[in-house]
Write a protein that binds this ligand. Structure first.
Ligand code: ADP
Length: 158
């Protein structure tokens, strides 16, 4: 498998995401970070901002590109368009597995798209975009949990 897609909302990107994407970049020639336009909740950052923060964060990581995953486009179709034969997902713990496993099976049934799960590093198991936003909104210092580009934007926004 030469290229893989790492999909997500990344609202915002945090170090748990960064670690998984960096490990995916060691396994595949090309990793496409697919930033989803389609978020259920109102996002804190626009799609363009989320893409910019990811591009800045991964600019030095060879083989990693960032693309928008447009609203209404199935991940399986997106993967076909960009020529990726697999998806890489990080698992925070066993509680992520039931939902992720059904989605992976659905994608495989739809087009044969495979999903590779990487066990998330325990150091980031507590990290979610929601928690990062909550802590920051309440005045907590989230510098050690997010990449520099995100920390700067969060500070600018407050
Ligand atoms: P969503 O899929 O709800 O849009 P995110 O944008 O937060 O979720 O995350 C995208 C993907 O990143 C998740 O599907 C998961 O594979 C991975 N991920 C998120 N948080 C972590 C974490 N703390 N450790 C490892 N992987 C994570």
């Amino acid at each position: 498998m030469h290229s893989a897609v790492c999909p997500g909302s990344f609202d915002p990107l945090h170090n748990g995401h960064v670690e998984i994407i960096a490990r995916a970049a060691n396994l595949f020639d090309e990793v496409i970070v697919a930033v989803s336009a389609n978020i259920h909740k109102t996002p804190l950052f626009t799609l363009e901002q989320r893409i910019e923060m990811a591009q800045e964060t991964f600019s030095a990581l060879r083989g990693v590109t960032v693309k928008p995953l447009p609203a209404g486009v199935l991940l399986t179709e997106f993967c076909k368009e960009v020529g990726a034969s697999g998806v890489v997902k990080g698992l925070r713990g066993t509680h992520d597995l039931p939902y992720e496993a059904s989605m992976a099976t659905m994608n495989r049934h739809l087009t044969g798209l495979e999903t590779i799960f990487l066990a998330g590093d325990g150091r980031y198991a507590h990290l979610s975009s929601t928690l990062v936003k909550e802590v920051h909104t309440l005045g907590g210092d989230i510098a050690e949990f997010v990449p520099h580009a995100v920390h700067r934007r969060l500070s600018d926004a407050s």
